[in-house]
Design a protein around this ligand. Structure first.
Ligand SMILES: [Zn+2]
Length: 241
């Protein structure tokens, strides 16, 4: 039930992130810097400790979880860069307009957002505390997912109306992801593998996607402080949840 309620928060976060991308262009990097810190905090202070605890409790060999973690990191790295290779080719035909590239990127983001919701649902299957903290990581960065959807669509010459339709799909995707997890229950061994996979996925988004985006125009101590603040916030929360 909590998972379903939190999925509504993912909807609001994604959608308002997209709308804000249209309006508030100058402060976005600060929000991204903070979000990256929040995500790193969730990976290191909530998901990793949960994985370690489960490994001890069930006496599991950690290799499988570590492979799942690396797979989570690499799958998204490869997906993202594969789309970039496509973008690079676009430069060769600069005179043509290819709105479908924007659509393709937005669809990739929508798939990712579905997985975000899936992660919340499975987090709750592990324990309410893990579910809640995964939800914090997802809700806070879904904001940037919404922003990216709008930016991808608009930068490839799609109309604002069309961009907003895709934003709506992207906002609905995590809700559907959460709902999907209500129809089955993963056995604990698979759950721990998924936690590993999701930690790798979040690590990639935080460290290799959002953080570089935040620093793209200009690095500042203010921006770095916000990242540290995001980490500290989750450290404090994780002491209580
Ligand atoms: Zn996301």
């Amino acid at each position: 039930m909590e998972a379903v309620l939190l999925s509504i928060a993912t909807f609001v976060s994604t959608y308002s992130g997209g709308l804000l991308a249209v309006k508030l262009k100058n402060k976005l990097h600060l929000i991204m810097g903070f979000t990256a810190g929040v995500i790193l905090g969730v990976v290191f202070f909530e998901i990793f400790p949960e994985i370690i605890e489960q490994i001890k409790e069930r006496d599991i060999v950690p290799t499988g979880v570590m492979i799942a973690l690396l797979a989570g990191f690499l799958v998204f790295h490869i997906l993202e860069k594969a789309i970039l290779i496509h973008h690079a080719h676009e430069g060769d035909y600069a005179e043509h307009i290819h709105p479908q590239v924007g659509v393709l990127s937005a669809l990739a983001l929508i798939g990712h957002s579905f997985l975000d919701g899936f992660g919340i649902g499975l987090g709750f299957q592990a324990s309410p505390a893990v579910g809640l903290l995964v939800a914090i990581a997802v809700v806070s960065h879904d904001f940037t997912d919404g922003m990216n959807t709008i930016m991808m669509m608009l930068s490839h010459e799609n109309s604002l109306k069309r961009a907003k339709v895709f934003l709506l799909f992207d906002a609905l995707a995590p809700v559907l992801g959460v709902l999907a997890t209500l129809f089955f229950k993963l056995p604990p061994t698979f759950l721990i593998l998924y936690l590993g996979f999701f930690a790798g996925f979040l690590l990639y988004i935080g460290a290799s996607d959002i953080l570089p985006q935040a620093h793209m125009k200009k690095s500042s101590y203010q921006l770095m402080s916000l990242t540290v603040l995001g980490v500290l916030l989750i450290f404090v929360i994780s002491r209580f949840v």
